[in-house]
Design a protein around this ligand. Structure first.
Ligand code: HEC
Length: 179
């Protein structure tokens, strides 16, 4: 460009046409080039602004996602807790309705000493319990359990009944009374 300017200076006086050419060929393209580069600079800076503006939005999105995930987790935990409570309630109902073991099942352990139909004198010492009514048997068994009933061999019977629940004592007593 300087070369051209110098050239123009050397030649006498530039004609209007020459000046016009100079403007068209040199000044305007340069001015346009400068203008374009300035514009692209602006674009660059604005695009970096977009980038920085994006970051907080992304953070908000991440936080939103986490909040949603936590809400879902809480809902699942709540649902599991509700189901667990329902299962517990159902289990309690079943337990209340049916004794843990039937009288017949419990009596299999007793029959070893008392006989299959409860007519034996256990270990040569006990009374024959066949024919006793349920209340009398229950009374004896509860007495062995809390130590308020029995003869010389009550220790043996205490070992037999301590693990039995009230329901199980009732069930086995009713079973024996019907033998
Ligand atoms: C190891 C043998 C043995 C087993 C098993 C056994 N008993 Fe006995 N049972 C005895 C003896 C011995 C006596 C007498 C105890 C005493 O001196 O009071 C007795 C007493 C009893 C009595 C009261 C009778 C009495 O003499 O006053 C009842 C009722 C009875 N047993 C029920 C049961 C039941 C129900 C079971 C099962 C849960 C059972 N027994 C298991 C040995 C046994």
């Amino acid at each position: 460009m300087f070369f051209i300017v110098l050239n123009i200076n050397k030649s006498k006086i530039p004609s209007i046409k020459e000046f016009k050419d100079f403007m068209m060929k040199i000044v305007i393209p340069i001015a346009l080039a400068l203008l374009l580069s300035a514009c692209s600079e602006e674009n660059k800076s604005s695009s970096s602004q977009v980038k920085t503006a994006k970051e907080p939005t992304q953070k908000v999105e991440v936080v939103e996602k986490k909040v949603q995930e936590t809400a879902v987790e809480e809902a699942v935990v709540e649902e599991v807790e509700t189901v667990a409570k329902e299962v517990e309630a159902a289990a309690a109902e079943v337990k209340a309705a049916v004794p843990a073991r039937t009288g017949q099942t419990i009596f299999t352990a007793c029959s070893a000493c008392h006989g299959a139909d409860a007519s034996k004198v256990a270990l040569g010492k006990s009374q024959v319990i066949k024919g006793w009514d349920s209340a009398k048997i229950q009374n004896a068994l509860n007495g062995y359990k809390d130590g308020t009933y029995g003869g010389a061999m009550k220790g043996i019977m205490k070992g037999q009944v301590t693990a039995l629940s009230d329901e199980e004592i009732k069930a086995v007593s009713e079973y024996i009374s019907k033998l």
